[in-house]
Design a protein around this ligand. Structure first.
Ligand SMILES: Cc1cc2nc3c(=O)[nH]c(=O)nc-3n(C[C@H](O)[C@H](O)[C@H](O)COP(=O)(O)O)c2cc1C
Length: 157
């Protein structure tokens, strides 16, 4: 089975998922031409609750294609949140694209984000302390367990 990858990863988290997906599907089966691929992996970091808008110009070719959607987001621990983000990702695809699988997990954020939260928590601890806790939970993700769950989601489709 041939596959192509459409990816946006700014700090490497979603890139790690893509690398694992490639290892799972076999690097020799990857093709550059999305139109000819049996399956297209579409991966993005989460930007304001949805897919990186910079990917938009690459999505029209997905009309009628089998698509595996994946990504990472900063807010962790809630499958309901992951599902909402993935629904937003799916809504960015052409209507007749066939989503055959999807996967989302938490991705760690840059240290400057934590420093900002710490400063702001002096003014508004009720709001920012949970955000610091979320930041700390994200450190190290995607981890091996996340990568294995991605591989399992790929095998299932
Ligand atoms: C400008 C900006 C907006 C973001 N918006 C969200 C968001 O709405 N929800 C969320 O959970 N994470 C958000 N994040 C966190 C990233 O999606 C997260 O750290 C992701 O794992 C980064 O993936 P990458 O390393 O592949 O770029 C945002 C990050 C940035 C820089």
């Amino acid at each position: 089975m041939s596959y192509a990858v459409i990816l946006s990863s700014k700090t490497g988290n979603t890139q790690r998922l893509a690398d694992r997906a490639r290892a799972e599907l076999g690097e020799k089966n990857e093709v550059a031409d999305v139109a000819s691929a049996d399956l297209v992996l579409v991966g993005s970091w989460t930007d304001k609750g949805g897919m990186d808008p910079a990917l938009e110009p690459q999505l029209a070719v997905l009309s009628g294609k089998r698509v595996f959607l994946f990504g990472t987001c900063g807010f962790g621990g809630s499958q309901a949140y992951y599902d909402r983000v993935l629904d937003r990702f799916a809504a960015a695809l052409p209507q007749d694209a066939r989503v055959v699988g999807r996967f989302m997990c938490q991705g760690q954020m840059p240290p400057a984000v934590r420093e900002r939260y710490v400063k702001m928590s002096a003014q508004d601890p009720a709001r920012f302390e949970p955000m610091i806790e979320n930041f700390d939970r994200a450190v190290g993700h995607p981890d091996e367990k996340d990568l294995e769950a991605l591989a399992a989601a790929l095998r299932a489709c």
